[in-house]
Design a protein around this ligand. Sequence first.
Ligand code: ATP
Ligand code: MN
Length: 457
Amino acid sequence: MRIKQILKTKSTEQHISVKGWVRTNRDSKTNAFIAINDGSCMSNLQVFVDKEILTDQDVLHRATTGASIEVKGILVESPGKGQSVEVRAEEIIIIGDCPEDYPLQKKRHSNEFLREIGHLRGRTNTYSAVVRVRSAMSFAVHKFFQEKGFVNLHTPIITASDAEGAGEMFQVTTLPFHTFNSKAGIDYSRDFFGKKASLTVSGQLSAETYATAVGDVYTFGPTFRAENSNTTRHLAEFWMIEPEMAFCDIFGDMDLAEEFLKYILNYVLEHCAEDMEFFNKWVSKGILDQLNSVVKSDFARITYTEAIEELIKSGKKFEFPVTWGIDLASEHERFLSEEVYKRPVIVYNYPKEIKAFYMKLNDDGKTVRAMDVLAPGIGEIIGGSEREDSYDQLISRIEELGLEKEDYDWYLDLRKYGTVPHAGFGLGFERMIQYVTGMTNIRDVIPYARTPKNCNF
Ligand code: ATP
Ligand code: MN
């Protein structure tokens, strides 16, 4: 039985067998208490050992912190505090010994230290909780969209489209290295795909093609950005959720984003109660109250222009000065959500100069129908927009920006043949996990973080 199941069971006095890793082993003259954990939940199972009944006393010395063991015995109501049931051991079998140099001893380790032992950190309370919550959230993402009738779309990971333009790309090539140092330039016709190819920075453009075929779609896949940004919010490899909806404008887009985020929060609060208690107590005090109140309240919604006014009005001195037209930096985003509104904020109608070419132009000719969701503690967690659905308008944006029209022929076709208003957004999955758990560094919410100069394990 898994420990999660055992701790829930009401039927004591039954024989059980349980396998896991020793967390602690308190030994006294006549008996011992071993706490074991199998990762199925945060709690350990307490094993009571009456030394007299053990035929092999050596197992107690070998059942050290980190060792893997099997315990056979009777489940009983626990006389001690802290747990409702415990196991009275009849037999202890050492599955794998754990020598003394095991790096995870009883004390609490720093996240920095644990990053260096990424292959073992999953055995700590924090990191096993993160990965369980992450798994629950992943399931909730699919559940939300499937219940709403969205089609799950697998968009390509390797792309030859430069059009995505959302960030610096990692190149994919089979050409030998010296090719790249040649003065003559690189002949991509000799490369695997016969042209330059890269890892995707967003599935959006491919999602648009299917949204204008089957209606509402969503992608949930790995995304790669070769940005050299060493922040607590950026990874080189992260997971993104991108819904795209036909017959939908920017306000429908905001409604979906808000409903979606609340659904995920509710799901985690309901299904990951024990892990969330842990985060609330040890990682981010008060996060439970905060999330519970977010679920019940409406997100703030303000235009970019109003956001700029709020920032100027505050009189606060920011590292990056505030004027109409700037791209909001994370200090501005966080100030709006943490100080001004104290909850998630949706900012919309950004200046066209700071947003992508495909976003729908407003009648003022200056702003586009972009919307970002800003979360306390993080800043932007969602970026989205209504897409330009007018063929002529899109052509003129492409020309204005000096882009090659030929590269966008297929994308323009969507506007040429039965165009529809459509909208979508991208949620960075790891940023959402940061928001939910209160973990401050994005490297700590993905099992194996990829960042500049760091690709271990
Ligand atoms: P930022 O300005 O914060 O770098 P962005 O505007 O470049 O983000 P978008 O292109 O709008 O990001 O991508 C949509 C979402 O993907 C973002 O709102 C964010 O949650 C997430 N995201 C973007 N870049 C990264 C990254 N390098 N690591 C993790 N998540 C990311
Ligand atoms: Mn963005």
